[in-house]
Design a protein around this ligand. Structure first.
Ligand SMILES: Nc1ncnc2c1ncn2[C@@H]1O[C@H](COP(=O)(O)OP(=O)(O)OP(=O)(O)O)[C@@H](O)[C@H]1O
Ligand SMILES: [Zn+2]
Length: 730
């Protein structure tokens, strides 16, 4: 008689292997629900994994180890989230355990319990009521007792009312038995918002009504509104309506967009506390936010990319602001796209999603054109502001002072004289992008990347690709000449030149060097205030900022991206130019945009300047359609790198052969190629591109190819990764 195969638990672990792991059930434990965390032995370690399903052990299989403990009674993932994450692992080709771990705050990933999210509420005890009159007038304990006599208060309210020293005073009352606290969940009752909404424009009202009409079912709306058109007002109105229906709202914003100013704006206008999730939070705070959302205590969550994994048990609405923004795509590990995953979640939850942008991605536009998305537009700026006037400055006939032309410098002088602010945009940090020998043409390259080193200050050369640093050589290493000259201008050089030209004028540089850490950007803006001054910086300045005194935007070079090999370079450049230009003249005073270029007749620039982003996007979509590029085809990119050519080529050839052997007529597997940047940090880089007009065909190929790649002996000798829907081909 055959022995019945022993039952096993199949566990997803966060290890780079595309499979589940079998364990014997933990002693005395009943079978957990799918998604519960389980502690299991793995090698010499103990790991936290996720129960997926029951299995049976193969009779001839290896001896199974026993699971150590089940950590959850109820899984941390609710069923729609669990399902969406399973889908994500399949779609973006990543081991389920890694995907599940990514979706959790680190503390929960490591097995901590869902944190207690109750708050201490303080009240006066009976003894406190009696003793109140005897407390010294004007003392802090007395003020505190008077305040508590009005009713129970949480600690935030005490801090706000009493000010510094409140905690000490409270401790003294507590020690004497005059005050006591209880822990409970803050009530969900709505309060009156601190600030009223402005009167909505007819366009804003129309968009709001259209979003409202989608409530209660899955639908996607593209809100295409020119810069400064008041998209945030539309989001706020939609969130209010969602809250009124008793539902939760999730708002995703780009990394740089979640400034304290933006958070305050939502907080002041909504009738509930707003939770946030961003890189500035501690792990404890992240876990608490997760718990608050999971328990339904949190009603509105605003966060960057990873907030898309938040539990939403009462979901009503998902908003993705600046949907075109590159920071929504995770560029390593589990390479998901938060916008796309947000839409998958909305579908699973049966709620509408709103994608907002002044410069929608071509993918999103194509969905709107083909009527899969509702298409809402705001054509006018809010509050009577006018669109900025754009001037193209032909650099071919101009002498440049450190990258700045005379007419531009004059315009900045006029702007300052009017008491207004100017923004000088250059998407290159450092002093100069190249250090050149004037005598022989030698230039300083990174020995590990074969790309020019960027000059920082006057003495340091830094590789922006691998971080390699060295000092400027005293003479040209090739010819011994002493004429080493910086070529081109980065933000540092512009700052120096502007400071020399406009002495005494407040000047603030905004780039990765000067703007690190939480709210560094907000501090820069505060320092500038409303006084006349100049901002000079990189794309950090392009996103969503609203500075009423800013009337002049100077784009010092519009030429990058015009001739790039990357098919998305034009789209990206157009988005960047329109967004940075959109910072000008957002309040009463009209704005002007100066665009310096050596290619004033370039069709891309011409279309953008004379007919705007929508016309540019139409033209670009037509070209993509003709060339069979996304969004009219779908890509997946297999990348690999190695210090040596032989293992790299062997792996790519084997992977390519494997794909060919699977033979899908609908998917093109292009032959192995060097990456657009063929060497980086001393490693050779290559890739195989898969392409299909039929997404399911591509997915079906990847489903078999991905696990098979792990089994290739060649795979062990290289670093490799698979990127589904890559946004850049580097
Ligand atoms: N109906 C309105 N009446 C008056 N002012 C408004 C109205 N709606 C929005 N505003 C103001 O207009 C400015 C621009 O609004 P908002 O920042 O929402 O624009 P946006 O569409 O998000 O722009 P961008 O895409 O450039 O970031 C803000 O200062 C906002 O307070
Ligand atoms: Zn380098």
């Amino acid at each position: 008689m055959p022995v019945p195969a022993p039952a096993t638990w199949r566990i997803a672990l966060s290890v780079p292997l595309p499979r589940l792991f079998d364990y014997r059930p933990a002693d005395g434990a009943s079978t957990p629900a799918a998604g519960c965390r389980v502690k299991v032995p793995f090698g010499s370690r103990s790991l936290v994994g996720f129960y997926v399903e029951a299995g049976t052990a193969a009779p001839e299989g290896p001896e199974l180890r026993t699971a150590e403990a089940v950590l959850d009674e109820v899984p941390l993932f609710d069923p729609p989230l669990w399902q969406a994450l399973g889908w994500a692992a399949g779609y973006w080709q990543r081991p389920l355990g890694e995907v599940l771990a990514t979706a959790l705050p680190v503390a929960l990933r490591q097995g901590e319990p869902l944190p207690d999210t109750r708050t201490a509420f303080w009240h006066l005890t009976e003894a406190g009521g009696t003793a109140l009159a005897g407390l010294r007038r004007g003392s802090r304990p007395r003020a505190l007792a008077d305040y508590l006599a009005q009713g129970e208060r949480d600690e935030a309210a005490l801090a706000a009312s009493i000010g510094p020293g409140w905690r000490d005073a409270l401790r003294r009352l507590e020690a004497r038995g005059l005050a006591a606290s209880i822990l409970r969940v803050p009530s969900r009752e709505a309060h009156a918002p601190a600030r009223a909404a402005p009167e909505r424009s007819p366009e804003q009202a129309e968009a709001t009504a259209a979003i409202d009409a989608l409530a209660g079912r899955f639908a996607v709306a593209l809100l295409e509104g020119v810069t400064g058109s008041g998209k945030t007002e539309v989001y706020l109105a939609a969130i209010e309506a969602c809250l009124a229906r008793g539902r939760q709202a999730l708002v995703l914003v780009p990394e740089i967009g979640l400034t304290p100013q933006a958070i305050r704006r939502y907080g002041e206008r909504l009738p509930v506390p707003v939770l946030t999730l961003h890189s500035g939070l501690s792990e404890t705070e992240r876990a608490a936010t997760f718990a608050r959302m999971a328990r339904g205590e949190g009603r509105v969550l605003i966060g960057t990319r990873s907030a898309v994994f938040s539990p939403l048990p009462d979901a009503g609405l998902i908003i993705i602001d600046e949907e075109h923004d590159g920071s929504y795509k995770q560029q390593d590990g589990f390479r998901y796209h938060a916008r796309d995953f947000a839409l998958v979640r909305a579908r699973g939850l049966g709620v509408p999603a709103v994608l907002g942008s002044a410069t929608p991605s071509l993918e999103t536009l194509q969905h709107a054109r083909s009527k899969r998305y509702a298409w809402l537009t705001l054509r006018e700026r809010a509050g009577g502001a006018r669109p900025p006037r754009v001037r193209v400055l032909d650099l071919r006939s101009q002498r440049l002072e450190h990258g700045l032309s005379r007419p531009l410098l004059d315009a900045i002088a006029d702007c300052l004289a009017r008491g207004e602010q100017a923004l000088v945009f250059r998407n290159r940090r450092g002093y100069a992008p190249v250090l050149l020998c004037h005598d022989c043409g030698w230039h300083a390259d990174c020995a590990r990347c074969d790309r020019p080193l960027t000059l920082h200050g006057r003495h340091r050369l830094i590789c922006h690709h691998c971080g390699h640093r060295r000092s400027v050589p005293p003479a040209c290493p090739d010819c011994g000449g002493l004429a080493l000259v910086p070529q081109g201008a980065g933000t540092e050089r512009l700052e120096e030149a502007l400071a020399a030209r406009f002495p005494g004028v407040p000047l603030i540089r905004v780039d990765r060097e000067t703007t690190r850490g939480r709210d560094a950007l907000g501090k820069h803006f505060d320092a500038l205030g409303d006084a006349p001054g100049i901002l000079v910086g990189t794309q950090m300045l392009a996103k969503g900022h609203d500075l009423p005194k800013l009337t002049l935007v100077a784009i010092t070079s519009a030429d990058e991206g015009l001739f790039s090999a990357d098919f998305r370079a034009g789209e990206r450049m157009a988005q960047l130019l329109v967004q940075v230009a959109g910072r000008a003249g957002r309040a009463q005073r009209p704005g002007e945009v100066w665009l310096q270029t050596h290619h004033p007749d370039h069709p891309l620039l011409q279309t953008l300047v004379t007919r705007g982003y929508p016309a540019f996007a139409e033209a670009e979509l037509a070209e993509r359609a003709a060339a069979g590029l996304p969004p009219f085809s779908h890509l997946a990119l297999l990348r690999a790198e190695s210090p040596h050519a032989e293992p790299l080529n062997a792996f790519l050839a084997a992977a390519h052969a494997l794909a060919r052997a699977q033979g899908s007529a609908e998917v093109a597997a292009h032959p192995p190629m060097p990456a657009p940047m063929p060497r980086r940090a001393g490693r050779l880089r290559g890739q195989v591109l898969f392409e299909s007009t039929h997404r399911p065909a591509l997915q079906s190929l990847l489903r078999t190819l991905y696990p098979a790649l792990f089994d290739l002996p060649e795979a062990r000798r290289v670093r490799w990764s698979l990127d589904v829907d890559p946004v850049d081909l580097y």
